[in-house]
Design a protein around this ligand. Sequence first.
Ligand code: AMP
Length: 283
Amino acid sequence: MQIITEPCQMQAVVEKLRLNRQLIAVVMTMGALHEGHLSLVKQARSLAGTVILTIFVNPKQFGPDEDFHRYPRPFELDASHAKAAGVDYLFAPSPEAIYPEGFQTTVQTGAVAEGLEGMKRPGHFNGVVTVVTKLLHITKPHIALFGEKDAQQLAVINRLVRDLNLDVRIIGAPIVREENGLAVSSRNIYLSKEQRESATVLFRGILHAEKELAAGRTDLAAIAGEIERMIAGEPECRPDYVCFVHDNDFMTAETAEPAREYRLLIAAYAGTVRLIDNRRFTT
Ligand code: AMP
């Protein structure tokens, strides 16, 4: 595995790979690699001859009160996980390499990025699509894989690729969970033992929705309210939002209609740690 830190060097490498007709897949992460990230690498490995993993803690997608400075950066460990998972190139640029002095051009998101995470984290998705656009231009992949764990991000990136005619195939990969149902996340390391137990309420909320919808209920807003109360009832937990949306455009859905696709989105705090989870439902 080769480690590359300079955008121009990465571009020179992919230029050669493309000339040699190599199929390139990229997995973009902020590091602190876990089973969720590695499942994306594994899928990438099965789809392409060359796998690039990017590690970049993107300052532009963190709000001023968020955890940019304390975000975990275990680079040596990440590199050994990446190598073991079969990554060919690890691209790990510095913030200065991605945003050199004078940087001023950004990509703006639209309606799909306005609610939910976009509302709670102003500027977040503009930061995401700006860096994703840059990393796509630097790594020039045929395929880019993203986790459904960040479902709104995936929808925003699909929109970006369609709207700007980016020549890449986006693949969404299923959420990897711990045995207790908690979605694997780099931020889970911040959780105490008790908070980790309480945090399983997000998954229990998903199971509640699954049961109620299977029983034929259509009152999505009421089910979301029940999940909020489940979260509020857990020690050290509080809901940030619980919401059903139409899966195609992420607009809020109050009542379910037959043969439609909805997505339940949950954001909640366990202590000071903000967690998200989601599940798609077909009625
Ligand atoms: P992050 O490092 O948090 O920016 O995540 C990098 C990529 O890994 C994103 O596409 C995430 O959606 C994906 N990812 C994070 N956690 C999981 C998980 N538990 N299961 C599947 N994909 C995940």
